[in-house]
Design a protein around this ligand. Structure first.
Ligand code: ATP
Ligand code: MG
Length: 283
């Protein structure tokens, strides 16, 4: 009886072991399947990564090509323009006695148009730079930059009565070359649109607006209608007549691109005849 019990017990045990072995085999099979699936997924990820890597390289290559294309086109166009300007000047200087006043005026107009076009090309190059260039971040004294640009503006028009109030030591991290282009454009505007005031007043500082710390550039110039405050930043959009204030309308589009490339934002406030204020943040 005892032996019979033992046998039964052994059989039960064997069945149990068999069952467990079967379960283990099943689990093993599932695991193998999972490993296979994972390997396949890994391979797919690797393939996708390779494709992505290739795309990045292609994009980089296209960017570089576009950059050099931009460079050579603007370089060539400028050379032709310099030719037009130079020969017009030569005509004015060497054949002045054979030209009447009207002829001379035409030549002046040709030179003026050549210079406008040269600036236009520079603006377009700057606009594309804002997009393509890789940023090189460093600590920058924005107040110094503003000071330098202001001095240059005043140097070019020494007769103009102007006052710059610049809060000293305002620093930021950013790409110096691009931020210089941005500030040049903002100051260029402030200088241009205050040109008809008896005294130009331009202020650079920092303020808390919309609950964020923002740099600002304020002027006491012609101002603009707030209804168009978004439009200002679109390429070739201008709120003032060309005859009154010259320009191509690309400056602020460039500034916005540059600020956004820095993870920041720019917005404007103003009123007709009440001056303008441009705010910007940098991450
Ligand atoms: N400080 C400002 N005061 C008043 N209006 C401004 C000021 N800055 C910009 N604007 C308005 O926004 C428009 C777009 O400015 P933006 O700098 O893009 O072009 P622009 O100065 O006319 O030409 P560009 O900068 O290409 O020579 C200007 O034509 C003007 O109507
Ligand atoms: Mg401008």
């Amino acid at each position: 009886m005892k032996e019979e019990n033992m046998k039964k017990y052994q059989e039960q045990l064997e069945n149990l072991v068999l069952g467990r072995t079967y379960e283990l085999m099943e689990t093993n099979k599932k695991l193998q399947q999972e490993i296979m699936e994972r390997r396949r997924a890994e391979e797919t990820i690797k393939e996708l990564n390779d494709i992505l890597q290739r795309r990045v390289l292609e994009l980089d290559h296209t960017n570089k090509e576009l950059e050099s294309f931009n460079f050579s086109v603007s370089h060539d166009l400028r050379n032709y323009l310099r030719g037009i300007d130079g020969f017009s000047l030569a005509l004015l200087e060497d054949y002045s006695d054979q030209l009447d006043e009207r002829g001379k005026e035409y030549l002046h107009n040709i030179r003026q148009a050549a210079r406008c076009m040269e600036r236009y090309i520079q603006d377009l190059v700057n606009l594309s730079k804002g997009n393509l260039f890789q940023l090189f971040f460093e600590e920058i004294d924005l107040s110094n930059l503003v000071e330098e640009i202001a001095k240059e503006l005043q140097r070019l028009e020494p007769g103009r009565k102007a006052r710059f109030i610049i809060t000293p030591g305002l620093a930021a991290t950013g790409d110096k070359q691009l931020l210089r282009i941005a500030l040049e454009n903002l100051l260029d505007n402030a200088w241009k649109f205050t040109g008809k005031q008896p005294e130009t007043l331009i202020e650079f500082g920092i303020t808390r607006n919309r609950n964020v710390e923002a740099f600002f550039l304020r002027d006491n110039g012609a101002g603009f209608d707030m209804a168009y405050r978004e439009k200002l930043f679109q390429p070739f959009q201008r709120m003032h007549a060309l005859a009154e204030f010259p320009g191509t309308g690309i400056g602020l589009a460039t500034v916005q691109r540059i600020i956004r490339r820095h993870g920041g934002d720019i917005w404007a406030q103003g009123g007709v005849g009440k001056g303008a204020m441009f705010y910007f943040t940098l991450k």
